[in-house]
Design a protein. Structure first.
Lengths: 210, 210, 210, 210
């Protein structure tokens, strides 16, 4: 193999391994979200069937938080995918900005569980502030990743400037919208969760390619 | 590389990444099912060996629910595989219908744990209604995925119409059969679980290719 | 692409996907084993540092059971690998015998946790019978998989008969040796665990290729 | 295919499968770290919002231990990657030294959880000794893996001797530095954790290629 082709093959393999690793982290984080769905327990006595029904239905904040987080992480995976399609090499900067994002992804089940537990209590405002604020952080991590990915050192030279500009623009929306939810959360936890829900639905509806 | 071949290669890679991601979610969900098998605990006193034996054997609903769910998800993985073999590209519709199915797959350990916990209690009817009803939902998600996969935009143009027709037909059976189990569950939880068990055995026995 | 080459490529891809899926299940099951290592808890009071030290050292049955199970599953992964290297296609029989083995692999953390919990109690005999007996079952599942893999329908026609004969022979040893451990367990739990430990060490030491 | 090329292809595939398997274990271990972040619980009464805030902030040792372990394992993954890029084949020795390292990787959430639980108690010294000491063990496992990987039997004959020498040298630093942290831990748990934190930051900052 001539030197150049070999180098290209190795670099492609490197990107592939980082993508596969990232996909693994996304897949595991999404699956672990479901571990927060707990079997309802209650003391014996009374009509047990009725109590199981109310135990299951009373857990709706868990179901709601689970669905919201699952689709939000799924959309993050699609976005991650869209970025790495334009990347042709991996260097230390890209590796660690990606690692920082993956760290936040693995943590998503934690604020999700806090919302599930406290959404119907007087602490709902705190829980939803944590939840929305965490996605502000993820939005920022995505912008940092975008900057790292679009440096000449790793960017595919054939990547269309239109695609790059479009991605850059679309990512600027995340942090301020999640910040609005974070600011609203202490006053209206439901408005905050509504914004988080609306965001993944809008993103899902407007995803063109993947 | 000529433009056409390159486009084909990229698209194939895209499908591959979505398949690998889906496989990861299936594999993790199947492995997490086993987390519901808990070490029996009891207060000290009496013959401890005898108590461990009865603790282990009394957990048979857990073992039964685990085996049923494991093979049902395994068969879902085979079906998922059969669909994606006919797909040559990924678009947003396919991505999100697939994502919806994956979300349900990650949740399977939850109704499984509810059945394991309540199968021998007066709440068995509720637990088995939840379990069977959940597979009605998964059956519907599969039909939606089938529709999304067999659109001209993503379908392999070389896919045989006979195979497509066969798949379409076979998927129509799932929801009504699981619905029958769901309707039967409140009256006879065991009939419901029997139908769910019979279904995966019949599907396993009739799988020709994979 | 000529029809034959294309068919070969598709079949190879199929084997690859089944192998990748199986690897995922092995990797997750091995990682979940470590979840059984629990942080020691104790009531406040006394010298807390001393109590944490004794809490950590008193957990040695957990560490021992973890190491034994980890390497046993690692060796199972190597064996699984050795079998699938000789396989060129996948059919329903191979898929479900492999699925049955994977199901048992995902369950390994359960008997491991039972041994960790009860090894130093009067119920050690029961725990070790369960543990050894479970590996008898896995040994049988491997023999069934071997039979499924070495049918002409899926076997690589170029597979050397010497390799096949060697694999067949080596797999016959597992079930009787684990059965000996199972029979010994009620009388001497330690002899049973010693056999299980000796087995993975001998297998690791005698693995030539992988 | 000529015999030689075929052998090379098979061997490369083998390395790929071992790498993918190792990546899976790394990804799962890193994701499971986040399971140690628990939802704070407290008795009802008082201002619930305030109590959730203090419950969340009081858990900072968990967050700190999580971040330190996450990035340390991420860097281990990069190092693992750097070693396997120079490897062209797999034999039993490499397989089991790699397996030993993977076993330690899966255990990382355990000392992490011990530090998270006891960092602010009188048992902090014990917890941090365990934590730092565990990374001494991992550092040694890496040196053993390096020796196994750089034997002529599996080393890529084209691997540059300069790269090999550089890797060998850089790995010698890990065990003594973690040993220093381990020795310091009983006297100053914070110094120990500071060394562990400084180490991953320095490694991240000095990673050139990946």
């Amino acid at each position: 193999m001539p030197q150049d082709t070999q180098a290209a093959a190795i670099r492609e393999k490197e990107t592939g391994r980082l993508e596969a690793f990232s996909d693994g982290v996304f897949a595991i984080a999404m699956t672990l979200l479901a571990l927060e769905l707990k079997v309802p327990h209650f003391d014996a006595g009374g009509n047990m069937a009725d109590r199981l029904i109310s135990g299951l239905t009373n857990q709706w904040p868990s179901y709601f938080a689970f669905v919201t987080s699952f689709f939000t992480v799924l959309i993050m995976w699609v976005h991650h995918h869209a970025i790495f399609r334009l990347v042709k090499g991996v260097d230390a900067t890209l590796l660690f900005t990606n690692g920082f994002l993956l760290m936040l992804v693995t943590v998503v089940p934690f604020p999700t569980a806090v919302v599930a537990e406290y959404l119907r209590t007087p602490a709902a405002g705190v829980a939803c502030t944590l939840y929305s604020g965490f996605f502000v952080l993820i939005g920022i991590a995505f912008i940092v990743l975008l900057r790292a990915a679009f440096r000449p050192a790793v960017l595919d030279p054939d990547a269309s400037t239109a695609t790059i500009a479009r991605l850059r623009k679309s990512y600027r929306l995340g942090p301020p919208l999640y910040l609005a939810a974070t600011v609203a959360a202490p006053f209206s936890p439901w408005l905050a969760m509504g914004i988080c829900t609306a965001l993944w639905i809008v993103w899902a509806a407007t995803t063109r390619e993947c």
